[in-house]
Ligand binder design. Structure first.
Ligand code: G
Ligand code: G
Ligand code: MN
Ligand code: NA
Length: 258
């Protein structure tokens, strides 16, 4: 069985699942939302991580039905958490290049929001910097249509591509996510050199100067959290706070904490 033929049936066989990684307000430690992260569990096999199958899903076009399943599942979960008495969490969903360029993306998103009852402003779509900058004019149009619906938009892996700052200013986005490679540069120990975290600091300043929220990814240590908080980075996610977890485990966190 090839990866492709297995993946072709993954949706209908119910082999896909989402994990949710909490996103934390750095000012007070509250959980503001969660990023949905895709996993594939073929029957009788090891759990497959997205790096092992997203590329094939992109190349075969299977990312389109899979991506719709991800969006629908994540939005339904947002509503289920709200109905269970949790705060009105924001759900972040990753869009790949092919999904972002798929004609009718905005209509698909509108349909999923209507079907699930998830409010548009509770959904944040993450698109990588490199996807946006490859064809920035058409990207700006797609972003505008989504933004007009009230959906939140974030640039993922920010700092790893080659952003034109003039385009960045024109995109109707809400947030920048600092790539975890720059968070890793923040000294894990107190004996920091001057340029540790320089890029993270620059991205935070840039985002704030443009009125954008900034989210740090891949925060693994207390020192990284403290550094980011001192620079007034708004939000963070990473193993220091929590690994990606099941929906039930996330719900349990709130019930325990209450
Ligand atoms: O969950 P993990 O850290 O292993 O994710 C690895 C990569 O896969 C990340 O770049 C992440 O953005 C991507 N990814 C995770 N879930 C999804 C998804 O639902 N859709 C798309 N397009 N990419 C995803
Ligand atoms: O590209 P994107 O930001 O969507 O990737 C999310 C990926 O990052 C997921 O695969 C998730 O498992 C991973 N991840 C989340 N937190 C951490 C962390 O603290 N450290 C590392 N190394 N990876 C993380
Ligand atoms: Mn992401
Ligand atoms: Na990222």
């Amino acid at each position: 069985l090839t990866l492709e033929s297995g993946l072709r049936h993954a949706v209908e066989r119910g082999e896909l699942q989402l994990k949710y990684q909490p996103q934390i307000d750095l000012a007070d430690g509250a959980i503001l939302g969660a990023e949905a992260l895709l996993r594939w569990q073929p029957a009788g096999q090891q759990l497959v991580m997205p790096d092992a199958f997203i590329t094939i899903a992109e190349e075969t076009g299977l990312i389109v039905p899979i991506g719709e399943w991800v969006l629908r599942t994540a939005c339904a979960q947002q509503v289920a958490w709200r109905q269970a008495g949790l705060p009105d969490l924001r759900i972040a969903v990753n869009l790949s290049a092919r999904q972002f360029r798929q004609p009718g993306l905005d209509a698909m998103v509108a349909r999923v929001l209507a079907d699930t009852g998830c409010a548009a402003d509770r959904l944040e779509l993450e698109i990588t910097e490199s996807v946006l900058m490859e064809r920035p004019d058409s990207a700006a149009e797609t972003l505008q249509r989504l933004s007009d619906m009230g959906v939140q938009l974030a640039i993922d892996d920010f700092g790893t591509g080659y952003s034109s700052l003039s385009y960045l200013k024109r995109f109707p986005i809400n947030a920048l996510k600092i790539d975890r490679s720059f968070v890793r540069d923040i000294a894990a120990k107190r004996a920091a050199s001057n340029d540790d975290g320089a890029i993270a600091a620059a991205v935070i300043a840039l985002a704030h100067s443009m009125g954008l929220t900034v989210v740090a990814e891949g925060v693994e240590t207390e020192q990284q959290r403290d550094f980011l908080r001192q620079l007034h980075c708004d939000q963070a996610q990473g193993f220091y706070f929590s690994e990606p977890m099941s929906a039930a485990a996330l719900e349990h966190l709130f019930i325990q904490g209450a």
